[in-house]
Write a protein that binds this ligand. Structure first.
Ligand code: GUN
Length: 304
């Protein structure tokens, strides 16, 4: 059996088409487009690519997007002041501080300066608390994308055993809670988990989010399982020439194809969905904050 590929690119395009429609209606009704601010500190090449993609796609659905680029040498207090100013500015609907921050800067303290009403990354204590308590709120983008992809692949997730590998605040922990909210049985595995391969093999839905190239082997996957690969790792690709590189996930994709029932590719799986969910959150934040009627976003035409 060869696994079905879960096409995150097509799924995100479908969601973005719905968002584009919704944004056009908001602009018609209220004469202003939602506005996302992305704060990038330092010159990390991967972060620069992520931020450029976020900006491009925010603009593509008709929203406003503004990048604030700050030097890696910025002081903690100057960075916090910058984020606090965005929190106060009534024209700002969403604030995203690209992570990781350069060494020496405390990301927790910076995130604490984000107004929870503008927390499109879902990382503030208020957003995390709402998620834990099952109250409405802005959810982290990558795990939200994972749940959408799993639901698209499987339909009802109720009773499925989900194994998430990784316990970060950006992905692992919120992914566990979001799958729990879908009535899944959730295992949060991590670097200290004993018999990790066996734990993974018991998963109906396996969600590796560790940043370790091709760590998950075919022998770790239950036949027919759904694999949602969060990892995006750059590895050398000498076949393409000296210094060339390619992107791989946390899953050994080629061999996993032979065992899994469905699998997300890297690139083109979870990555594009993360950005679509960010745009979705920005629309939701703008509507809630400005008292606009929530647009109907249920009409997304998911590709089959
Ligand atoms: N770095 C990698 N992924 C993300 C993300 O989803 N949000 C932020 N803020 N930084 C990231």
């Amino acid at each position: 059996m060869v696994a079905r590929m879960i096409d995150g690119k097509a799924m995100s395009a479908a969601l973005e088409q719905t968002l584009e429609h919704a944004v056009a209606n908001l602009v018609k009704a209220y004469d202003v487009a939602p506005c996302l601010y992305v704060v990038l500190v330092g010159e990390d090449p991967a972060s620069q690519v992520y931020v450029r993609n976020k900006t491009r796609r925010t603009l593509a659905v008709g929203m406003r997007s503004i990048e604030i680029k700050l030097p890696a040498t910025i002081s903690q207090s100057a960075l916090e002041d910058q984020v606090k100013a965005l929190s106060r500015d009534p024209d700002v609907d969403g604030i995203l501080v690209q992570l990781p921050l350069p060494a020496g800067l405390n990301s927790d303290a910076v995130i604490a300066c984000i107004d929870p009403a503008k927390d499109v990354d879902g990382l503030t204590e208020v957003s995390a608390g709402r998620l834990l308590l099952g109250r409405p709120g802005l959810r982290p983008c990558t795990p939200t994308g994972c749940v959408i992809l799993a639901k698209h692949s499987l339909g009802d997730l109720s009773g499925s055993h989900v194994v998430v590998i990784g316990r970060s605040i950006l992905v692992g922990k919120p992914a566990g809670l979001l799958f729990l909210a879908q009535d899944c049985t959730v295992t949060l595995a991590h670097s200290r988990t004993k018999n990790l391969a066996d734990v993974c093999k018991s998963a109906d839905i396996l969600v590796p989010a560790v940043g370790c190239p091709e760590m998950v082997k075919a022998s770790w996957i239950k036949p027919g399982a759904t694999v949602i690969d969060v990892g995006i790792n750059k590895v050398a690709d000498p076949r393409k020439g000296q210094g060339a590189a390619r992107l791989v996930g946390d899953v050994a994709y080629e061999e996993a194809l032979e065992v899994a029932g469905a699998i997300t590719p890297v690139p083109g799986g979870v990555g594009p969905m993360t950005i679509a969910c960010l745009l979705h959150n920005t629309v939701l934040a703008a509507c809630a904050r400005r008292g606009w009627a929530n647009p109907d976003l249920t009409a997304a035409k998911w590709p089959t």
